[in-house]
Design a protein around this ligand. Structure first.
Ligand SMILES: [Zn+2]
Length: 573
């Protein structure tokens, strides 16, 4: 490819609105262009990278036994009503109405469509297992699209669905896909970690995310450096210690003037915050909810949402709190009526807690559950934090930030039951197919590679996905010897099957080198009057300072050897 003909220009500086590093660098390199919030075009260089990512994914999924097909983007809305997931997706689901007033959805994912297909095409256990996938554009109406390609409303995804006769089969499919994902990340030069995750709107019992650890990641990961425990903070658990083994003492009302916060009450009474009950108020799908949790802990809203099985959850307003008859600052589960109460199980791990008295200026001493109050639900709704103890081995947990680059789900049978995707067993009995769902966003992978691999000059593409392998950079094209020689080198490299971006522009060495760095093409070949003197070309990798002179004689074969050697070195720690 001749640079002079290339569509898409590099920019000296990223537009001010670009917030994440990948967004800035991809705009600066002229690889993507924003059309609207969360909606992007891929320009030729960006598209070449995306196509290479796609090829790697396809190769690994095919190797694992996947069969590629193509499902429609336009989905009858009835399918979403049948599965019930129009509720869990809520406003994230793009919908439209056709000229005959039929409601349609733009697919954010395809469990409904493919389960309905299985309903028609799978008859018996002999038709299973199946691993079916597609690589296709998806739509989600994100409330806050941001970060360039990291959180978008239109995106290309590889989505695979597994169909098995039982849990054991599902586990086998899940294992195959986890391995395929790890192979994909390794080939993309992305060190990814598999962590336990919340299933969110997709649903199902168990799910895992693949995370690339980077300071700029939008997710928090809680992990144990002693055992293998690692989870998204939304899902992470921690071991909660019992704070005392005292016998319950009589409930006692005490004056705590002005002590409206946990810290103030604890310091006023000379106890630590873990001996208090904290009250937090929410609105869950419009219902007022009183949450009680130990004073030293915080509420994990994802766990709370799952416990309540609600779709919209937010903190209650002051008005809603007082309307519920609660005295903010002195709120208590003791003596409160007609309010839904959810408790974290930490309130059972000790006795004689301090709780509010629902009366301004007063608290209770020696509050004990269930002696002094009842609750509607007890569950683990605590936000696990770095410094807490590992739920598996007790070691202190750490935290890191990461970018999610894949999410896989053990769906089980909830969708196949709703979509009537059944199979007949050996005895002719009918059972729901056990399903799994496996997603990987291509644009997100591309952005994660840039977040992970760049320097202050620009992107550093791994050779496996670089838009071109070689940046051919002749200097001083007005020199009568340079131009024809550069043309000759360009043709020879292309003939050898090497992907070359030929900087045939009459620009200064500074501009050419800068552009080569911004674009992040792995191998730069510089032809100058100096290198011609020794009948050679200067080769330099994008990373590092060393250069080497490669003789022009047999250049193409030698460059090919250098590239193959580099690709073989690819290793991910
Ligand atoms: Zn551990």
């Amino acid at each position: 490819m001749r640079y002079s003909k290339l569509f898409g220009k590099t920019l000296r500086q990223a537009p001010a609105e670009a917030e994440s590093i990948s967004h800035q660098l991809l705009l600066r390199a002229g690889m993507i262009a924003q059309e609207a919030a969360g909606i992007y075009s891929y320009l030729p260089l960006g598209w070449r990278v995306l196509r290479k990512i796609e090829r790697i994914i396809r190769e690994e999924i095919d190797k694992a036994g996947g069969q590629e097909l193509m499902l429609p983007v336009l989905q009858p809305f009835e399918l979403w009503q049948q599965s019930g997931r129009c509720l869990s997706f809520g406003q994230s689901l793009f919908t439209l109405t056709d000229r005959k007033e039929h409601k349609l959805a733009l697919g954010p994912t395809h469990e409904e469509v493919i389960a309905e297909l299985a309903h028609r095409c799978v008859q018996s256990y002999r038709d299973l297992p199946l691993l079916l996938y597609q690589i296709q554009t998806k739509f989600r109406d994100e409330p806050r699209p941001r970060g360039g390609l990291l959180r978008v409303r239109e995106f290309i995804m590889k989505d695979l669905y597994s169909f098995d006769i039982d849990e054991a089969g599902l586990n086998e499919s899940y294992e195959k896909m986890s391995q395929a994902y790890m192979n994909i990340y390794a080939r993309l030069g992305l060190p990814a970690l598999m962590v336990e995750a919340d299933s969110g709107a997709i649903g199902g019992k168990e799910s895992h995310e693949f995370m690339v650890i980077t300071e700029t990641g939008e997710d928090e990961i809680i992990y144990c450096s002693n055992c293998s425990y690692a989870a998204n903070a939304e899902k992470a658990q921690s071991a909660k210690a019992r704070i005392n083994s005292e016998a319950p003492l009589p409930l006692e009302e005490i004056a705590t003037p002005g002590a409206r916060t946990i810290e103030a009450v604890a310091s006023f009474l000379g106890v630590s915050t873990n001996q208090t009950f904290k009250a937090v108020f929410y609105s869950a799908d419009g219902e007022f909810v009183f949450v009680v949790i130990r004073g030293d802990l915080e509420v994990n809203e994802t766990k709370l949402r799952n416990t309540l099985k609600c779709s919209e959850l937010r903190l209650a307003t002051e008005g809603e709190v007082s309307e519920a008859g609660i005295v903010a600052g002195f709120a208590s589960p003791v003596g409160i009526k007609d309010v839904k109460i959810v408790a974290d199980d930490s309130i059972t791990l000790g006795a004689n807690f301090i709780a509010g008295a629902n009366k301004a200026g007063y608290h209770f001493k020696n509050a004990n559950y269930p002696r002094d109050f009842q609750v509607d639900l007890v569950a683990d709704i605590v936000l696990a934090r770095s410094g807490d103890n590992c739920p598996k081995c007790g070691t202190t947990l750490s935290s890191a930030r990461g970018i999610e680059v894949g999410h896989i789900f053990k769906l089980g049978t909830f969708i196949s039951k709703k979509m009537e995707a059944f199979f007949l067993d050996h005895n002719g009995a009918s059972w729901p197919i056990v399903m799994g769902s496996y997603g990987i966003g291509l644009g997100r992978l591309l952005a994660a590679i840039v977040e992970q691999s760049h320097d202050d000059k620009g992107i550093i593409w791994p050779l496996s996905v670089a838009p071109y392998q070689v940046y051919l950079c002749p200097l001083y094209l007005d020199n009568p010897e340079i131009a024809p020689l550069a043309e000759d080198v360009y043709h020879k490299l292309e003939k050898e099957g090497i992907e070359v971006l030929f900087d045939d522009r009459d620009e200064s060495p500074g501009i050419k080198f800068n552009d080569a760095d911004i674009l992040g093409i792995p191998l730069r070949l510089t032809l100058s009057p100096r290198t011609i003197q020794s009948q050679s070309i200067e080769a330099k990798w994008r990373v590092g300072r060393e250069t080497q002179l490669v003789p022009l004689e047999n250049l193409a074969a030698e460059v090919n050897r250098l590239l193959r050697e580099k690709l073989a070195q690819r290793s991910v720690s």
